[in-house]
Ligand binder design. Structure first.
Ligand SMILES: Nc1ncnc2c1ncn2[C@@H]1O[C@H](COP(=O)(O)OP(=O)(O)O)[C@@H](O)[C@H]1O
Ligand SMILES: [Mg+2]
Length: 409
């Protein structure tokens, strides 16, 4: 199980036994989880729920197009998707608009069933939809809140409908959740007057009342400013660290938000193009250095180009008169001269870039992948060879050194 998400300032959630996430035996019984976000925000009144791992195998979803009296054939919205979402993970489903994120979420949450093929497993066992709907919640993109209730009243309605406790316990629990989600200041504000971020947090708070172990969020950050986005994603992360399985679709996250996710599931036209940890998607060791990395690649190419260009430009005019005499006296053809000159230069044009690339590639902590390394070397060598030919062209265009220097700079 992945414990890297735990930070010293948050409290790990002791489970009675750790759940084996990858390839272990299917879970025969559920484990108790303590419910808390951080130590300061400990929930003592939330009902205890079990951790849930969600797995889907060969999931496809097809719909019939056109109205029911005039069908126009089938359309596959999801194609053979498989994956495993474990508890304690904040999972982001990403992809361009129309790629099937909401469709996948609807199917996993059990909102859509007809036309679906494949299996959804809960803790290794086939999903029973009724039980699953009781232990999961789905927070839609637009929060549908009753406009005339205050935040606290809305919370009390939710608690009354979902919980079977005494009024005092419910009030205490509502207070705890409002405090933890930073909504205490606006507890007496009507939901129609709340800001976008507060609405989103209230929608989460309403569902948190019965402490569902699986939570789905459709684009929770869309339409929010960057600070509210950060607050909402931090909240989702805390919920995940509390032992829950948090699955959310997200659109264009900033680098800071992106790094807060544990796992990504990227869709394109209904197919999965990436699933796994976020860190492998980040260039080099640190995403914040991406601009420096681009700069490095640019200046490397510039360096290799001028390194190959300048010696040719500077030496060719000196050889030019000798070459002209020999060529005009039929010593050799132009092709033979060009070939010989290129061959003579090849060791320098190939070996020097390879040496340079081998040193800088590892010094700058690029991804340690052979294919990328070879591609970088191939690009550098090609640049050097093209630059050398360019040097000959410029050198041939004029015999005067001053004009040459003007042309190259
Ligand atoms: N009932 C439907 N009939 C026809 N096409 C649909 C239906 N529902 C969704 N789609 C299509 O499925 C694709 C995926 O939709 P959706 O999951 O909402 O995308 P996303 O949430 O990634 O933007 C879109 O191209 C959409 O047009
Ligand atoms: Mg959508």
């Amino acid at each position: 199980m992945d414990n890297k998400a735990l930070e010293p300032d948050s409290v790990s959630l002791p489970m009675e036994e750790p759940i084996v996430c990858n390839g272990g035996q299917p879970q025969q019984h559920l484990k108790k989880v303590e419910n808390q976000i951080t130590e300061a925000q400990r929930f003592s009144h939330l009902p205890k729920r079990s951790a849930v791992d969600l797995e889907f195998v060969d999931l496809s979803y097809t719909i019939q197009e056109g109205p029911c009296w005039r069908r126009r054939g089938f359309k596959a919205l999801l194609k053979c998707l498989s994956g495993r979402f474990c508890s304690r993970e904040l999972i982001g489903i990403m992809g361009p608009s129309g790629s099937g994120k909401s469709t996948l979420m609807n199917i996993l949450a059990g909102y859509r069933q007809t036309g679906m093929k494949g299996q959804v497993l809960i803790n290794g066992k086939p999903r029973d939809l009724r039980t699953f709907r009781k232990m999961s919640c789905y927070i839609m993109q637009e929060d549908k809140l009753l406009p005339h209730l205050t935040a606290r009243e809305a919370m009390m309605v939710s608690a009354n409908l979902k919980l079977d406790e005494t009024l005092d316990v419910k009030k205490e629990l509502v207070n705890e959740i409002l405090t933890a989600l930073g909504l205490l200041d606006c507890a007496h504000t009507r939901t129609s007057s709340l800001s976008g971020g507060q609405c989103k947090r209230l929608a989460i708070a309403l569902e948190l009342v019965n402490n569902p172990p699986v939570m789905f969020f459709d684009e929770p950050t869309s339409g929010l400013d960057s600070v509210s986005c950060y607050q909402v994603v931090s909240l989702l992360r805390s919920l995940a660290m509390g032992g829950r399985t948090i699955i959310c679709t997200i659109h264009q996250p900033s680098a800071k938000l992106f790094e807060m996710f544990d796992k990504l599931y990227i869709l394109s036209q209904g197919q999965c193009i990436y699933k796994g940890s976020v860190s492998y998607l980040i260039i080099g060791n640190d995403a914040s250095k991406v601009f420096n990395n681009t700069g490095f690649l640019f200046f490397s190419m510039l360096f290799i180009m001028f390194g190959a260009l300048m010696p040719t430009v500077l030496t060719f005019p000196l050889e030019m008169s000798v070459f002209l005499r020999e060529h005009l006296n039929y010593w050799y053809s132009l092709k033979a001269y060009y070939l010989a000159k290129t061959m003579a230069d090849i060791p320098f044009q190939v070996i020097c870039p390879i040496m340079y690339c081998s040193i800088v590639y590892w010094m700058t902590e690029q991804p340690p992948e052979v294919s990328r390394y070879l591609l970088f070397i191939a690009l550098s060598t090609c640049t050097a060879l093209v630059a050398q030919s360019l040097g000959l062209l410029v050198g041939a265009a004029s015999t005067s050194l001053q004009v040459l220097q003007l042309l190259t700079f």
